[in-house]
Design a protein around this ligand. Structure first.
Ligand code: S3P
Length: 174
């Protein structure tokens, strides 16, 4: 089996855009765990948060991550909070090389403003939330195999760097 390429990082770090680009370049299947969650719940993420609460969202997220981790040779883009549960990190790492796409709160804010699909950023002070999440989640993101800084880099550059690191690492696993 071939290891997955797993992308983690905060909202706006470019996981989905970069993941799709890598998938196009390599013909690897692309999976987005947020999409799997929406399919499972049959409603958008904002509705899951609103009607069922964040803990329920995190439960569905863990199921989606487990399913995605059972694949091989895919590009998997995860939601920003995927790293919050140790079981998720363990599952992703078992079958994938994990990348943390790093960006500053200002860059994340610029890339997410105007998009209302993220309940955690639907507040008066989204940049403040991003700053706090960056600090609080840093130790979890840093469990990744590699950290890739995305500031001032094009999607092509970030994707190329990830593929080079992946190719240096990914050995078939039993
Ligand atoms: C979240 C990130 C979102 C989505 C949900 C919660 C988070 O995914 O899973 O809104 O906790 O950071 P993206 O990082 O793909 O926006």
């Amino acid at each position: 089996m071939i290891k997955n390429i797993v992308l983690t990082g905060l909202m706006g770090s470019g996981k989905t855009t970069v993941g799709r680009h890598i998938s196009d370049k390599t013909d690897k299947e692309f999976l987005d765990t947020d999409d799997l969650i929406i399919q499972k719940a049959g409603k958008p993420i904002s509705k899951i948060f609103e009607e069922d609460g964040e803990p329920h969202f995190r439960d569905i997220e863990s199921e989606a991550i487990l399913e995605a981790s059972q694949k091989s040779g895919c590009v998997i883009s995860t939601g920003g909070g995927a790293v919050l549960r140790e079981e998720n990190i363990d599952n992703l790492k078992k079958t994938g090389v994990v990348f943390y796409l790093e960006a500053s709160a200002e860059e994340l804010y610029n890339r997410t403003k105007g998009d209302s699909s993220r309940p955690l950023l639907n507040t008066e002070d989204p940049i403040g939330v991003l700053r706090r999440l960056l600090v609080a989640r840093k130790p979890f993101y840093e469990t990744a195999d590699f950290k890739v800084n995305t500031g001032n880099k094009s999607v092509e550059e970030v994707s190329k760097q990830i593929l080079e690191l992946y190719q240096s690492q990914a050995r078939p696993f039993a």
